[in-house]
Design a protein around this ligand. Structure first.
Ligand code: SF4
Length: 102
């Protein structure tokens, strides 16, 4: 009986410990992206090239800042894009996947 209580307590403790890193990592990534940190997308990235990504849009009225896939803060100069996970794009940029912000 005593061993069963100890086992249950140990299991509960281990479950709690196991959950901490996942929450912390997810929180760190979200905070890092919102704060504008991260690796900038290179125009030489193969996917960027395939989509015609440029750091300064030449298409009137269309840029990353007003694209629905851009999740940078309003007024930011760079931010995350759903097409390029883990990378930051310039707010002034553009690619052929641009869709209007809703
Ligand atoms: S999908 Fe939108 S935010 Fe991402 S690079 Fe293209 S234009 Fe910019």
């Amino acid at each position: 009986m005593k061993n069963q209580k100890t086992d249950n307590a140990r299991r509960s403790f281990l479950k709690g410990i196991a959950a901490i890193p996942v929450v912390s990592i997810a929180g760190f990534q979200t905070a890092a992206q919102a704060g504008g940190h991260g690796t900038m997308l290179s125009v030489d990235d193969p996917t960027a090239k395939a989509l015609g990504y440029v750091e300064t849009s030449v298409v009137a009225g269309k840029n990353c800042a007003n694209c629905n896939l851009y999740t940078g803060a309003v007024g930011s100069t760079k931010g995350p894009c759903a097409i390029f996970p883990g990378k930051m794009v310039t707010a002034a940029g553009y690619c052929n996947s641009w869709i209007p912000k809703m």
